[in-house]
Design a protein around this ligand. Structure first.
Ligand code: URA
Length: 197
């Protein structure tokens, strides 16, 4: 690992420790097996953000290792990217019981830590997977209208950063829906073009 990667890795480990030490979402922390913080390259040029861990992720402590994760890896491979090159995380870092949707409050509680992850990694593109993740950055917009479009978002306050957000459908919708799968593939192809420009 080069020096920058090592520094970024250390900073990410500190953010993970901060979540545990500040007792974020204690009810979720109690029902989940463990924190699912994030996985991949701490110096990645693309970060993928899902919604919350599911059963498999909760068991392994790694995001997107179940059925959606398998699809995500396949889409990445289809554009010549190995999963280890990117960074993958979720807004909410604990599995909600019975895979229910994360609440607005849970998303809000985790948001500063997600911002801290992004501030550390400094990716050129942030891919938000699904409406929960997308609406944290682009509130009130419909994913069906904005997927596959790169949009600059400014985060104010102490964080003070600009992000290039690229919304996509959540890979879970492509498991049984062939139309959505084709749309996701198109968006991945667009992402490849953005990254190679
Ligand atoms: N769905 C998500 O949004 N995140 C995961 O980690 C797994 C499935």
């Amino acid at each position: 690992m080069n020096d920058i990667k090592q520094l970024k890795q250390k900073s990410l480990e500190q953010i993970r420790a901060d979540i545990l030490n500040t007792n974020i979402c204690p009810d979720l922390a109690k029902t989940a097996k463990q924190i699912v913080f994030g996985d991949g390259n701490p110096d990645a040029s693309v970060v993928f953000i899902g919604e919350a861990p599911g059963k498999r992720e909760d068991e392994q402590g790694i995001p997107f290792v179940g059925a959606s994760g398998k699809l995500l890896s396949e889409f990445l491979e289809s554009i010549g990217i190995d999963r280890s090159q990117v960074y993958i995380t979720n807004i909410v870092k604990y599995r909600p019981p019975d895979n229910r949707d994360p609440s607005d409050q849970e998303k809000q509680e985790f948001l500063p830590f997600l911002y801290a992850q992004l501030k550390t990694i400094e990716p050129s593109v942030v891919v938000t997977l699904g409406r929960h993740s997308t609406n944290c950055f682009l509130p009130d917009l419909q994913i069906s209208n904005i997927h596959g479009q790169l949009t600059e978002v400014s985060i104010g306050g102490l964080v003070n950063m600009k992000l290039q957000i690229f919304p996509m459908y959540h890979p879970a919708v492509a498991i049984y829906n062939q139309n959505r799968r084709a749309e996701l593939q198109e968006d991945f192809n667009k992402l490849r073009a953005i990254l190679t420009n």
